[in-house]
Design a protein around this ligand. Structure first.
Ligand code: 6CS
Ligand code: FE
Length: 308
């Protein structure tokens, strides 16, 4: 099978311009939504959009509380979908949050998020992956540079660049606690990586990624060109980033936690095929393959009002 995004072939391959639209509603389908022409153009140029204080802090608090409950749940903490930081034994990531919790599931259907996501992807979407990344104070480890699409293509068989991550801040993200860093404009190139994918790579890569990290020469070129940005803001801030935008984060050296929630939306016209790296598919909690149905918008009750 010819692969239009060759990567992890055991040899260095040159990066090349992306083959897919960034804002899909401009091309194949016209799909209206809440984003202005200015925002769409900015997303097209930078590969992400930042919304400071998109939701209120009060609205985020129950999600953070639920995360703390998970950390207390012995059985869940021992399951494969919870990733532990090998240095500290503390929680690093919880995958498939939307199947674990009704509250998280409903949030994936919030009209304010879903409207923008559908507009960017030009039609109906489903959740490819959801997770919380949690960096405890003083010890939360970082993530090396990568494009999510590079992993999802090679390890999950995602055919095209037609997915977007919505990342909601559950805590403050500031310069001390390891906020996400992005390279604006890097989504415009596919950067092949060199090392072959080992079997069950996810067991290693979700703790500390080494395969799927671009060459330093390519990273420098893209960062020299687009610089590096680290959006910062209070709980409830939202980052929408294109699946191929290069990103990384440092460890959390502050005493405060940094917890971010991620929903990855994929177009229903871009369902997974066999992994391009030749390994068996990863578990369903990392990459949805079955029961793919378009997400509907679900209006939620008003927040902040006392219960009737
Ligand atoms: O393997 C994955 O699917 C993931 N790994 C990283 C480092 N980022 C995105 C995604 O959660
Ligand atoms: Fe990532």
């Amino acid at each position: 099978m010819h692969d239009q995004f060759p990567t992890r072939r055991g040899e260095r391959l040159d990066m090349f311009p992306r083959l897919d639209p960034v804002v899909h509603s401009r091309y194949k389908q016209r799909w209206d939504g809440p984003l202005s022409e200015e925002s769409l153009s900015r997303y097209e140029r930078d590969g992400y959009l930042w919304f400071d204080g998109f939701f209120s802090q009060e609205r985020m608090a129950p999600f953070f509380d639920e995360l703390r409950e998970i950390a207390e749940d012995r059985e869940l903490m021992e399951s494969d979908q919870v990733i532990i930081n090998p240095d500290s034994g503390e929680l690093r990531s919880v995958f498939s949050m939307h199947t674990l919790s009704d509250r998280f599931s409903k949030l994936t259907q919030d009209p304010r998020i879903l409207g923008m996501v559908r507009q960017l992807l030009g039609g109906d979407v489903y959740i490819h992956q959801s997770r919380i990344n949690d960096k405890f104070g003083f010890q939360g480890r970082g993530f090396d540079w990568h494009s999510d699409f590079e992993t999802w293509h090679s390890e999950d068989g995602m055919p095209r660049m037609r997915a977007v991550s919505a990342s909601l801040m559950l805590t403050d993200n500031n310069e001390f606690n390891g906020p996400l860093m992005l390279i604006p404009g890097s989504h415009q190139y596919f950067v092949p990586c060199t090392d072959l994918t080992p079997k069950d790579n996810w067991r290693e890569s979700l703790q500390s990624q080494s395969v799927g990290v671009p060459d330093k020469i390519d990273l420098r070129r893209l960062a020299d060109n687009g610089n590096i940005q680290a959006p910062k803001g209070p709980p409830g801030s939202l980052l929408l980033f294109e699946c191929n935008t290069l990103h990384a984060s440092n460890s959390n050296m502050s005493p405060w936690p940094r917890s971010n929630l991620f929903f990855v939306y994929n177009s229903i016209d871009n369902p997974l095929s066999a992994p391009y790296c030749g390994q068996p598919p990863r578990p369903e909690f990392l990459a949805t393959r079955s029961h793919i149905a378009p997400l509907d918008m679900r209006e939620l009750p008003l927040y902040g009002l006392p219960k009737a």
